[in-house]
Design a protein around this ligand. Sequence first.
Ligand SMILES: Cc1cc2nc3c(=O)[nH]c(=O)nc-3n(C[C@H](O)[C@H](O)[C@H](O)COP(=O)(O)OP(=O)(O)OC[C@H]3O[C@@H](n4cnc5c(N)ncnc54)[C@H](O)[C@@H]3O)c2cc1C
Ligand SMILES: *[C@@H]1O[C@H](CO)[C@@H](O)[C@H](O)[C@H]1NC(C)=O
Ligand SMILES: *[C@@H]1O[C@H](CO)[C@@H](O)[C@H](O)[C@H]1NC(C)=O
Ligand SMILES: *[C@@H]1O[C@H](CO)[C@@H](O)[C@H](O)[C@H]1NC(C)=O
Ligand SMILES: *[C@@H]1O[C@H](CO)[C@@H](O)[C@H](O)[C@H]1NC(C)=O
Length: 550
Amino acid sequence: MGRMASRILSNFTNLITVSILVFLSEFAFATASITNTKNPHEAFLQCFLSHTCSNSTTQVIYTPDTSSYGTILRSSVQNLRYLSPSTTKPAFIIVPANPSHVQATVTCGKAHSLHVRTRSGGHDHEGLSYASAGDPFVLLDLVNLRSVSVDASTSTAWVEAGATVGELYYGISIVTKNKTLAFPAATYPTVGVGGLFSGGGIGTLLRKYGTSADNIVDALVVDANGNLLTRKTMGEDLFWAIRGGGASSFCIVISYKIRLVYVPSTVAVFRVDRDLSQGVTKVVERWQHVAPKLDDNFFVRLLTMAINDNVGGKVNRTIRAWIEGLFLGSRCGDLLSILEKRFPELRVEAKDCTEMSWLQSTLFFAQGYSVDNPSQLLDRRPQRNSSTKAKSDFVKKPITEKGWERIWKLLLEAKDQRVGLILEPWGGRMEEIPEDAVAFPHRKGNLYNLQYFMRWFETEEAATRMHLKWMRKLYRFMTPYVSKNPRAAYLNMKDLDLGRNDEGKTSYAKASVWGRKYFLNNFERLARVKARVDPDDYFWNEQSIPPLFA
Ligand SMILES: Cc1cc2nc3c(=O)[nH]c(=O)nc-3n(C[C@H](O)[C@H](O)[C@H](O)COP(=O)(O)OP(=O)(O)OC[C@H]3O[C@@H](n4cnc5c(N)ncnc54)[C@H](O)[C@@H]3O)c2cc1C
Ligand SMILES: *[C@@H]1O[C@H](CO)[C@@H](O)[C@H](O)[C@H]1NC(C)=O
Ligand SMILES: *[C@@H]1O[C@H](CO)[C@@H](O)[C@H](O)[C@H]1NC(C)=O
Ligand SMILES: *[C@@H]1O[C@H](CO)[C@@H](O)[C@H](O)[C@H]1NC(C)=O
Ligand SMILES: *[C@@H]1O[C@H](CO)[C@@H](O)[C@H](O)[C@H]1NC(C)=O
């Protein structure tokens, strides 16, 4: 046992002693039951230490009385709602230095009834990677498993799950000094590879190359028995499931092997914005017809929200939309002539367009970053200091101008709500990939993915309730405009309003309600994979996939 480890163990034993003393003084009659039961947390800790040869110089295990516990817990939290005092905090935080620490966590967690929550980038919209509805659990924080090793000769890379997409983009482009290598992943650089890839992963290369999950060729995982497996040994069904089915129901992903994609060494990007006085409604309506049908070298997305415009000291509330795009051709001239022909209502001009490397374009789309400073991609710190709520829909038929006017009215009236709508265009490669190629199912027939993102700064429970209530109202309001039977949703826009498992249990019938929204016809197959690889449901969470045995 390492020096560090024994110090932690002794700290922990002190903690247990103190809490037992407090307990005894208040409830002296309860002594018998205490002396007879070994504390399960202590048993877990001893098991973990005996299973790991802790010679590493970095600390691996933290308990609530370790001084840096709080710093580590908060380090990548994006949604402050799940740091509130009422949220159950992890009994341990384990920051693995190598896969054997992950294996020991699973083996000992299973033996001593401590569930595990795996965190890569901490962007889960419902905090499921670091918070739990009730039971004590271990937080496995993969922050130290984040290497990116690129093999330019085969255009592949192994990326560890704890890397952020910013670190991945940087590793692909800067380290190899090759501007034509890229990977289709998120537009926001602090998003973690572990959660993003296992739920799909969409960004500016989506129409050309599909989701992140579509470009994974191998993986290293730890299963519910603590075994370290690769694609060859895990079975094709599990490898299929972790590409869009959410790995958290099945295993812990250590790393993915990915196929890099080609981009021109120079690409062209543009951004314009329009508000109500500039015909935003017409632009949004047209966008739905144009963006999903463009050549797959062209990705044009749209973000819109109600904002308070300051006009000469007076607040004028309006709707504004930002339309931005990536063209996988090298010249602004070409970009402009395509848009002039296909989307004249947008009136994009030469000044709105810039030529740059693909790596710089990732900073351009991230916003708030400088395209001249790629090392910003390595900054993992969360940008958020707010509570958030997200939801998602898929749109198959364009919403009419009248429809958009109704939506604007709702957004304009809601003066206390900061909510943005992001419209991510489908089409291109997404039309071609079959629904069951990987577990991520949303393909042919969709025009775009619609994401609702809300944030607020108040911390009171009443404020949270008010904001969540309004978000549900918006979601109900959108019903006639979006996909039905099922009303589909994107797993990475995790939404517990769609339903949740009862504490420690699952029901196939109940889980079908949200399972079919996230996974369409792939849900049943996912439940069968779950039954094979995790029949005891060790990897339970509020929206985990239930095992289906029959
Ligand atoms: C600011 C912001 C921007 C976003 N931008 C995009 C975007 O551009 N495109 C997009 O597609 N999505 C985007 N998302 C959504 C994002 O894809 C999901 O939140 C995703 O799950 C985040 O992954 P993570 O590793 O950061 O999160 P985490 O919170 O660490 O994990 C998310 C889920 O995956 C599980 N998990 C994580 N790592 C592993 C692992 N190694 N093995 C098994 N299970 C694991 C967790 O337990 C949890 O259930 C964004 C989210 C936010 C908050
Ligand atoms: C720890 O042990 C492993 C295997 O025994 C070895 O590969 C590694 O270099 C050691 N690390 C340190 C920091 O000594
Ligand atoms: C970049 O990588 C691609 C694909 O591996 C290769 O064809 C190309 O020659 C590389 N370019 C440079 C400048 O190394
Ligand atoms: C306020 O916003 C409306 C809608 O965008 C617009 O028509 C009007 O001109 C704006 N008023 C001022 C003073 O800018
Ligand atoms: C949140 O952070 C942003 C950017 O860092 C800052 O401008 C804003 O004032 C902060 N808000 C609160 C309530 O802390």
